[in-house]
Design a protein around this ligand. Structure first.
Ligand code: AMP
Length: 422
């Protein structure tokens, strides 16, 4: 079967490597891809906003499955247009992608279905929002309703900070995403990323991970897209997984189907494990980055088979096979990230790093310039180590990081600290 994978980050490189293991795969096409994916797939140039062009390409190349990596094409309805054209896709329709596309939609769905989440209210004007803030006090969380590339959330320690966040969102800086806001209770506990595969009716627990969002060691400094992650999350034992499926994922699938928007693809639940049990912070409607880089290397089932079963509505309720080991990934970022990254610096030593035992390298923001490999973005490379536990996986990942010669980059040196302390 020919497959078209859309996206070009470390997540897509990890998906590409996992799809390559499938005996069913013939040609893997990727758009736009990256220099790492170029080694395992054929890169093609497609305008993802032009859905007809994607459909035409799929027909020409007899694509049996389209795998959509990032959220923007999903929220934009690419899967709807592919399915209308008779093509198969792994990912939700536009209506189902609202779980990520609108925080207000997600919160209303949870409250209707009795899914545990933070208490909240929705607003479309600043004055009412501020009256509510005055009633509730701080700490409190203020969120732009729509997609804001991870920058729309403020966990405010004071009322003044919360009011400033309300003004910032309504000032227009977030465009459409900032036309409405959600204000919610601050949850306390340990944060976990949990993933379930879904075929519209059936959800199957996939895997868990924990990431490090802050740029600096000790979880300090500004938020980023994620500076490292490990899987599984030690806190997610079998009982907690069962509870999350029963109380959060299964009721979500039922509520979406009842609304005529059955959810297909991978549901990524951002959870807070509170003293009262798991509560939903947010949903994403695609794989996480960098969580995918630590989950997929552990998967022992055939990813292409699973994705096809989701697309075709025939996912079986059975436990998936994962290796019992731990994977830990360290993100290498260009200096300046998460502000303006310095691009164009040369990266050397990747072959030596990749040859280290139990290590996988995935590319995110890199580009080739002849024989040289250059930094071309904020998050540039992921170095993933595997081992019997977090300590061994981490030791292997950092041993490989230390083989990479890239003065223009940096990484955190403490990925996995929380798990190690357990
Ligand atoms: P989100 O974009 O909704 O994932 O929010 C980004 C981050 O803000 C989350 O990963 C949490 O660390 C934090 N956050 C969001 N909502 C809450 C909440 N209600 N309570 C505590 N932390 C939150």
């Amino acid at each position: 079967m020919n497959v078209l994978l859309l996206g070009g980050g470390g997540r897509e490189h990890a998906i590409g490597l996992a799809l390559r293991k499938s005996a069913r795969l013939d040609t893997l096409f990727v758009s736009p891809g990256n220099p790492g994916l170029a080694d395992v797939a054929r890169l093609v140039v497609l305008d993802l906003a032009n859905h007809q062009a994607v459909v035409d390409f799929c027909r020409l190349m007899q694509i049996g499955l389209v795998v959509v990596g990032p959220e923007a094409p999903l929220v934009d309805g690419l899967v709807d247009d592919l399915e209308t054209a008779g093509l198969k896709a792994f990912g939700p329709t536009k209506a189902a992608a609202m779980l990520e596309g609108s925080k207000g939609f997600m919160k209303d769905l949870c409250s209707g279905a009795g899914i545990p989440t933070a208490a909240y209210a929705r607003f479309t004007d600043a004055a009412r929002a501020k009256t509510y803030l005055a009633e509730k006090g701080a700490p409190i969380v203020v969120k732009a309703d729509g997609l804001a590339a991870g920058k729309g959330v403020t966990v405010a320690a004071t009322r003044a900070e919360a009011e400033a966040a309300v003004d910032r969102i309504f000032d227009g800086g977030f465009g459409e995403a900032g036309r409405a806001i959600v204000i919610e209770e601050m949850l306390e506990g340990e944060e976990v990323s949990f993933f379930a595969l879904c075929d519209g009716k059936v959800a199957q627990a996939f895997a868990s991970a924990q990431d490090h969002k802050r740029v600096g060691d000790g979880d300090t400094g500004p938020n980023t897209g994620g500076m490292g992650a490990y899987s599984p999350a030690p806190i997610m034992d079998a009982a907690l997984v069962a509870r999350v499926m029963d109380e959060i994922v299964d009721p979500t699938l039922a509520a979406m189907a009842a609304r005529g928007a059955p959810f297909k693809g991978v549901l990524f639940a951002g959870l807070m494990i509170t003293s009262e049990g798991p509560k939903l912070i947010e949903y994403n409607v695609r794989f996480g980055d960098p969580e995918t880089q630590v989950m997929l290397p552990r998967l022992e089932d055939d990813l292409l088979d699973l994705m096809l079963a989701c697309a075709e509505g025939r996912l079986a309720k059975r436990a998936l096979r994962f290796s019992p080991d731990t994977a830990l990934t360290v993100v290498l970022a260009a200096k300046g990230y998460p502000g303006t990254p310095e691009t164009g610096s040369e990266i050397r030593g990747l072959a030596e790093a990749a040859a280290m035992p139990c290590v996988t390298l995935t590319h995110a923001g890199t580009k080739r310039d002849g024989l040289r490999l250059l930094a071309n973005g904020g998050r540039v490379l992921n170095v993933t180590g595997r081992g019997v536990d977090v300590a061994e996986a981490r030791q292997r990942a950092y041993a490989a990081v230390d083989r990479i010669d890239w003065p223009g980059g940096f990484c955190r040196r403490d990925i996995g600290w929380r798990a190690l302390r357990r």
